[in-house]
Design a binder for this molecule. Structure first.
Ligand SMILES: Cc1cc2nc3c(=O)[nH]c(=O)nc-3n(C[C@H](O)[C@H](O)[C@H](O)COP(=O)(O)O)c2cc1C
Length: 358
């Protein structure tokens, strides 16, 4: 097993996680999504996960707005891939757990037992307004998600019928067949960062995503990861993996990598996206910190920037691994070029560093 696991994130989005008009950008189309998935399996990646978004984040590219729905995407990819776990990202407020449990079991059968669930509660009010119902409060969203996943897990694992009555759901003689192939059930991924979100992840997740801020000392990251694991162990008797998300530009020299980043995010950057973001995400001004914060919205949507030489990228990944990260999902300006470069220039160094087996 690889010490540091890898995944692909966001190939279901037109443009991926890069708000740019640069012609090199990822262009959505099913053949491209399949090529990216197959390339990532060739690179030995362990998983593939989409973003769930019902309405774009603005700008001329309508950042993240044109995308394939995660469950349909996962079912399709499950049929044409062979080794990686294929996750669907699901906004729990918009789909009933009985419908979702059966769809997910179906996707698990299609993939031969490689399905996973990335459970998200949602945070972007305009996309929920579109459904005609206001977004619930933050804590209510997580209480709702708790009932939702409890019901899904019962549907996935119980042979006998069950009744359920909670704050949000009433289930009468609930049952679902067939069960997923994956036992005890498909893995659950969760990305809550708040105290409530972290408790939810500690209680339910097999993979907990953690955000890392630029410049956050590695000691602080290590402590955060350790605290989250302790919460899982002590409160819920559970162990889980911790993963991060990174936006990657790899070039032979640091200067080339940074020049490509500036071309993609500034010269060709979809700067109008910044105007539609909550002001706390987009600091104004000319300081290097403010510039970087803006670049992190337009590239990777908050993920760590791995921009540099293969050696520098591997050094950073080694630091994350030593701090306790079990895996990283990667996003690229262009997933095909990014994966080919990764396989050629980064993968051998990961083996040398003892992070991957090859
Ligand atoms: C790696 C990663 C992937 C995420 N994917 C989605 C997504 O697909 N859709 C979505 O609405 N939110 C997504 N989120 C946001 C989280 O679900 C969550 O709302 C956010 O991290 C804030 O945490 P909180 O809910 O505890 O406040 C993602 C977050 C991270 C870090």
């Amino acid at each position: 097993m690889n010490k540091l696991k890898l995944g692909i994130f966001g190939s279901n989005l037109d443009g991926g996680f890069t708000a740019t008009t640069a012609e090199e950008r990822h262009t959505l189309g099913w053949p491209t999504v399949v090529r990216v998935a197959k390339l990532s399996e060739q690179a030995g990646f362990e998983l593939n996960v989409p973003l769930a978004r019902w309405r774009g984040l603005g700008g001329v590219t309508n950042y993240c707005g044109t995308n394939y729905e995660g469950l349909a995407w996962a079912a399709g990819l499950g049929a044409v891939t062979e080794t990686a776990k294929i996750f669907a990202t699901i906004h729990v407020p918009v789909i009933h757990p009985i419908v979702a449990a059966k769809q997910m079991a179906t996707a698990d059968h299609i993939s031969g037992g490689r399905f996973g669930l990335n459970l998200v509660c949602g945070w972007f009010a305009p996309e929920f307004a579109m459904f005609g119902s206001p977004m619930m409060s933050h804590d209510a969203r997580y209480r709702y998600a708790g009932e939702w996943i409890d019901i899904v897990k019962m549907l996935w694992t119980r042979e006998e019928e069950f009744d359920f009555e909670g704050e949000f759901f009433k289930i009468v003689k609930g049952q679902s067949q067939p069960k997923p192939l994956t036992k005890p059930h498909p893995p659950i991924m969760q990305a809550g960062q708040s105290e409530t979100g972290a408790r939810f992840a500690a209680k339910y997740a097999d993979i907990a995503f953690q955000s890392v801020s630029e410049g956050e000392p590695i000691e602080d990251i290590r402590r955060r990861f350790a605290d989250l694991r302790k919460l899982g162990r002590e409160e819920f008797g559970r162990e889980f993996e911790i993963w991060l998300s990174c936006w990657v530009i790899c070039r032979p020299t640091q200067a080339e990598a940074e020049a490509f980043r500036d071309y993609v995010l500034e010269e060709k950057g979809d700067l109008a996206v910044l105007d539609s973001m909550p002001p706390n995400l987009v600091p104004r001004g000319d300081s290097p910190e403010a510039r970087l914060a803006r670049q992190k919205v337009l590239g990777g949507f908050g993920g760590v920037h791995l921009v540099g030489t293969p050696e520098r990228i591997v050094d950073r990944l080694k630091e994350f691994s030593e701090a306790g990260a079990d895996g990283i999902v990667l996003t690229f300006v262009n997933y095909e070029e990014g994966l080919e470069t990764w396989m050629r220039d980064v993968a051998p160094l990961l083996v040398q560093a003892g992070l991957r087996e090859g």
